[in-house]
Design a binder for this molecule. Structure first.
Ligand SMILES: C[S@@+](CC[C@H](N)C(=O)[O-])C[C@H]1O[C@@H](n2cnc3c(N)ncnc32)[C@H](O)[C@@H]1O
Length: 209
């Protein structure tokens, strides 16, 4: 995995370091679905709409959603920039694949995945780079595939303390309409947005025609 020396590369390097150092602490508040009421329904909505094929859990964290989607019978590849997060995911549910990656530069050929689930991961790169991440998702999806991206609504961008970790992380909040416009601009044939189970969050879905 190569990370550039530019601002985004520095942010991603810092993010990787802090998730490596705090992964076990993060697991305490995020490892189970009952800590996110309604997220199981969000995952079900994503899973039922997919064509046949493997799914990428992009920024898998401690593997909560990798495990859930796998239990639904999907073949799931877990990807994350943090080695420790990948270890935790591998140990809990033995996914089909565990890959260290940068969500801005996916190490997969085109048209391999039926779905990409990106829950609370894209927001850790600068807003100006989100389009690049959406382009990568579109590239790795098969025709008919879907990307579902959970983001925090708002206009803030920068380092701040989040609810679940006692250290500052980079957050890029988004306006839902602009995310839909970006998804269409990189080639998604149609998009939807719905409010997620989590108060200020929404899930933007792009459908590759
Ligand atoms: C807020 S956690 C969310 C984890 C999990 N999806 C969940 O919902 O619990 C963000 C995750 O994204 C990963 N991440 C952050 N920046 C990334 C990047 N540029 N490429 C890949 N993963 C990244 C972090 O290591 C972390 O595991």
């Amino acid at each position: 995995m190569h990370l550039n020396e530019d601002t985004t590369g520095r942010i991603t390097r810092a993010t990787r370091k802090l998730y490596n150092e705090h992964a076990d602490e993060y697991a305490v508040t995020t490892a189970t679905l009952d800590q996110f009421p309604g997220l199981d329904r969000d995952l079900d909505r994503f899973a039922v709409a997919l064509p046949a094929g493997p799914v990428l859990d992009l920024g898998c964290g401690v593997g909560r959603d990798t495990e859930y989607l796998g239990c639904r019978g999907l073949v799931v590849v877990a990807g994350d920039v943090s080695e420790r997060m990948l270890e935790l995911t591998r140990s809990r549910c033995a996914p089909a694949g565990v890959v260290q990656l940068d969500l801005l530069d996916l190490p997969f050929p085109g048209a391999v995945f039926a779905g990409v689930w990106a829950c609370a991961s894209v927001l850790h790169v600068p807003r100006g780079d989100h389009r690049r991440s959406f382009t990568e998702m579109h590239r790795v999806l098969r025709p008919g595939g879907r990307a579902a991206i959970s983001l925090q609504a708002g206009k803030f961008e920068g380092w701040k303390d989040g609810k679940r970790l006692a250290c500052a992380r980079w957050f890029s909040q988004r306006v839902p309409e602009s995310v839909e416009a970006e998804l269409r601009s990189v080639g998604f044939a149609s998009t939807t947005v719905h409010r997620s189970s989590r108060d200020t969050w929404f899930i933007a879905t792009g459908h590759k025609g």
